[in-house]
Write a protein that binds this ligand. Structure first.
Ligand code: GLA
Length: 385
């Protein structure tokens, strides 16, 4: 039995007595490139990481949901009821399992009550989709334990619905797609219009590189206004241009678009349109030449998010600049922005130097010390026991 399974089943015994019906896991994600393109029906290239949420779960016959987390900050048991579940009933992390139950029920699936213990090593609030990891683990468990039989696409849409309508974050489909469809050694190249996904080999180690995550520890929330206002600007841009979504606008058409809208909306549009192209270029470069060939796209993506989409912050810019100056070949913020993490591709031999330089740059600017760790592409959500 793996250590992770042992830990969560032991915690289950402590919390509820007896054995769980099973253990399910779902990973967090890093997005290599393609930011704020998912809800514009464009392209993204995330990968599932080797940090994951695990849930041990046992069905109950009285419709109650009892939820326990092993995280120190989350002591105690939350108790909810599957019947009549509403967003205002859930608080803290329980909003994620509750949201999934709600979204399954909305699809007409008969969801039983259950006891659940969560154990996760995806850092919270680091922009690595800790919440989607919980949702995808719970959705995978409920899919197995009920007659739901949802396929990967339906699971993606159900967890997105949980986020949008229950948690209240107007996010796209990237994070849950990575968590559900990820594969060891690969990134997930996803077309967010039709949800078709291709696995693209991403083996940084074979190119002598590591993927270093720099968690700025600046809190962000996509249920706050910044994410939603970017989404609105994109929708306005698409409307002015007379297209269904910004996915339908090419880089060549940008010049013409400039005169048709206000300057800020144009910059939002330019980010999305050029970012879609960068994803396509990155996928082509990865396939042709491997991870060493994608660095310039990462840099350009960061500049576009900083200057055009305006979702970076001083800490993210410092992480990117300091890591690049110390030897990273490319770096960018990853995820929704306004905090969270940056990701840098670093030659193995330079890793220590880059880590020290980033820590020093943060200290010099009086920022909270960031957390640094490397990640590799891992398998997506599944049953462990
Ligand atoms: C968050 C959302 C995703 C996506 C990214 C930005 O992670 O959950 O759907 O929009 O931001 O690329």
């Amino acid at each position: 039995m793996s250590q992770g399974v042992e830990r969560v089943t032991a915690a289950f015994r402590d919390a509820f007595g007896g054995e769980a019906d099973g253990v399910w896991t779902a990973p967090g994600r890093v997005n290599l490139i393609g930011e704020h393109t998912d809800y514009n029906e464009g392209f993204v290239l995330p990968f599932a990481i080797d940090l994951a949420a695990r849930v041990a779960l046992r069905v109950r016959d009285d419709g109650a949901m009892r939820l326990v987390s092993t995280a120190e900050a989350e002591s105690g048991t939350s108790q909810l009821s599957v019947q009549g579940l509403r967003p205002e009933h859930a608080s803290g992390w329980s909003v994620y399992p509750a949201g999934v139950v709600w979204a399954f029920k909305e699809r007409g699936i008969d969801v039983p009550g259950f006891d659940l213990v969560l154990d996760s090593d995806v850092p919270l609030g680091a922009g690595l989709s800790s919440s989607h990891a919980i949702e995808c683990a719970v959705a995978t468990a409920l899919n197995d334990l009920t007659a739901a039989r949802l396929d990967a696409q339906q699971l993606v849409l159900a967890t997105q619905r949980a986020e949008n309508a229950f948690v209240g974050a107007p996010t796209g489909i990237m994070d849950q797609s990575a968590s559900l469809r990820g594969r060891s050694g690969h990134a997930v190249f996803l077309d967010c219009r039709d949800q078709s996904a291709e696995l693209v080999p991403f083996d940084a180690a074979s190119a002598g590189l590591v993927t270093l995550v720099i968690d700025t520890r600046v809190a962000h929330s996509h249920a706050d206004g910044g994410y939603a206002s970017r989404r609105e600007a994109c929708e306005l841009g698409a409307e002015v241009l007379g297209v269904k979504a910004l996915r339908d606008v090419s880089v060549e058409e940008l010049d013409e678009a400039r005169g048709l809208m206000d300057e800020m909306t144009f910059r939002r549009v330019r980010h999305v349109v050029t970012e879609d192209q960068r994803v396509l270029d990155t996928v082509a470069a990865l396939r042709e030449s491997g991870p060493g060939a994608i660095a310039s796209f990462l840099d350009a993506s960061h500049a576009s998010m900083r200057d055009d989409f305006e979702i970076s912050c001083d800490e993210l810019d410092t992480a990117v600049e300091a890591s690049r100056a110390a030897g990273a070949i490319g770096a960018r913020m990853t995820g929704g922005g306004f905090g969270g993490s940056a990701v840098a591709l670093v030659p193995l031999a330079e890793e220590d130097r880059v880590r020290s330089a980033v820590l020093a740059a943060f200290a010099e600017r009086g920022f909270r010390s960031p957390r640094l760790f490397t990640v590799t592409p891992a398998d997506g959500a599944r049953r462990l026991a």
